[in-house]
Each structure stands twice: as C-alpha cells, then as structure tokens.
Design a protein around this ligand. Structure first.
Ligand SMILES: Nc1ncnc2c1ncn2[C@@H]1O[C@H](COP(=O)(O)OP(=O)(O)OP(=O)(O)O)[C@@H](O)[C@H]1O
Length: 277
C-alpha cells in the first residue's frame, strides 16, 4: 500500500461524541489524547456533537481545506456518520482523500481495534487502545481504506467500513442502547435478550463467491466500482424490494447480481457480513 504522512504543524478537526461508550469521551480526550497531540505538533479544534446526525451535517457542509485531518473521537457509529457525510458531497472524490482517524471512545470500537492489530500492536482495550491509536495519529502515517457500497430496498445508498449487519446483529445494537452505561458488556446482555425472543426476517442475500486463495492471478478490476484500492472485493446484495437507490448521483453504482452470483432466499434471523478487504 501507498502511505502518506500528515504535515507539521498539523490542523485537526476532532468530532467528539460525548455520549459515546459509557459517556467518558470528552474526559478521556482531555486527559489522554490532547497532551500527546500537543507534543506531536497537532493542533486540535474540537466539535462536540449534540445529537445524532450532527457530525454527518458538519462534514457534509464544512470547508475542509482548513483541516489536514478529520479525527473521530467516538465509536464506529460516529465514524459511519462522518464517512457518509463526506460521501454525500459533490466533491466526494477529493474529500475522501482527506486523512481520517478513529480514536476509540465508543462501546465497540471495531475499526480502532482492527487498526491497532494491523499496526502490529497487542490486542488491548479501553485506555490502552486509546493510547495506541493516539500514538498512531501522532506518527501521522496514513493509507487508503476500502468502503462497501450498500443500496437498500427502501431506496437508500449507504457506505460502510468493516461490515454491515442486518436482522439479529442490528437488533442487538439497537435494543441494547438502553444498557449504554455498561460499556461493551451491553452487547452480551443484548445478545441474550435477542436470543430469548428470536425474530425472523424475510430477505434474499446475493453474493459473489470468493476467489480461492491459491488462485494467484490478479482479480479483474471493475470500472463501475467507485472506491477500491485493492483487488475487486466481494459483492453482497441484500434485497427485499424493487425501488432503486437514491443519494449522491455522482457516485456510480456497482453492477446488479448476475449469472455468476449465488443467492439464498427465505426467512432467517438476519446476518452480519464482514468486509475483509
Ligand atoms: N450528543 C449526542 N447525543 C446522543 N447521541 C449522539 C450524540 N452525538 C452523536 N450521537 C449518536 O450516537 C451514535 C452512537 O455513537 P458512537 O458510535 O460514537 O458510540 P457507541 O455506539 O458507544 O460506539 P460503537 O459504535 O463503537 O459501538 C452515533 O451514531 C450518533 O448518531
């Protein structure tokens, strides 16, 4: 992969959700992150979100030329808002080149944990994970990341990183909101509750089977896939309706399922699909 380096001095816009995780993101930012960034000559302007969708609107409308990087001090949910806010802009091809950083302040922090792992660090959580991720930001090395394009049956176009959930996994996330103060443990409690009252959904899942690992020939590039920096990725199509997607029409849609796709239709408790790019 190609790497870039943040300039020094560096101007960072920090989008911080004070309700993330168990509600300690602002305190942790001031106590752990800010002193490290000051040493690394990274100047921060903190934007504290006041409600859902606030970060989405902020990055969609912001003059981004004044920032060298956008830092999300929150969970994966706020980063999702930021990515989708950037992708809604007409200048998305340029804005998506702006380095993004995730500092774990949420309950799950899946992307932060993944980056920590691929940076060669031991598996850690909480303050240690925050320190590791802040140190990665201090070093300023960044590279490209793939996104998954999702079109829902109700007509929405979404962009996802790491994975997306439907049915059971999403139910656990949503239903466990009321246990937010428990931190990560909210997911264990939510899973047990959702298992006890298992709901079933109708849907069709279509996907392109993965190319076997021993096949070393390069995967063909599809010109319709807007954002990819690696091989042509796995395609997944989840459908339950017929309306076409809406959203930023300047972003081309990937092709619809064809003959080489596999699909499964019927009732199921839902699924969680990972993007292993
Ligand atoms: N001030 C706020 N009050 C309530 N909700 C907010 C506020 N600011 C942002 N949000 C919403 O909270 C949602 C969840 O936040 P976030 O992802 O930061 O934390 P989390 O859910 O604890 O962590 P994770 O996503 O890693 O499990 C965001 O998607 C966002 O829409």
């Amino acid at each position: 992969p190609r790497y870039g380096v943040l300039p020094r001095p560096c101007r960072a816009l920090v989008l911080l959700n004070p309700q993330s995780g168990a509600g300690r993101a602002l305190e942790d930012f001031q106590a752990v992150v800010q002193p490290m960034l000051a040493e690394a000559d990274i100047a921060t302007t903190v934007f504290v979100t006041e409600r859902p969708h606030h970060a989405h609107e902020k990055v969609r409308d912001e003059d981004l030329s004044q920032w060298d990087t956008l830092v999300v001090m929150a969970g994966d949910g706020l980063l999702y808002e930021v990515v989708n806010g950037l992708m809604e802009r007409l200048d998305w091809e340029d804005t998506m080149k702006k380095p993004l950083c995730i500092l774990p302040g949420g309950s799950g922090n899946a992307l932060a944990a993944s980056i920590n792992h691929y940076a060669g660090n031991d598996h850690v959580a909480k303050k240690k994970l925050l320190t590791n991720c802040t140190f990665i930001l201090c070093k300023g090395l960044h590279t490209q990341m793939d996104l998954v394009s999702l079109s829902t049956a109700s007509g929405k176009r979404l962009f996802s990183f790491l994975g997306f959930g439907w049915g059971f996994i999403s139910d656990v996330d949503i239903d466990s909101e009321k246990y937010r103060r428990l931190g990560n443990a909210r997911f264990t409690l939510g899973t047990l509750q959702c298992l006890a009252k298992l709901r079933v959904y109708q849907g069709r899942l279509s996907y392109l089977p993965a190319v076997p690992e021993q096949d070393t020939s390069p995967a063909p590039k599809d010109p319709h896939v807007p954002i990819t920096n690696g091989q042509a990725g796995h395609r997944v199509w989840l459908s339950a309706g017929s309306r076409g997607p809406t959203g930023n029409s300047s972003i081309p849609l990937p092709g619809e399922p064809g003959a080489s796709w596999s699909s499964a239709t019927g009732p199921c408790p839902g699924d969680c699909l990972g993007a292993d790019y």
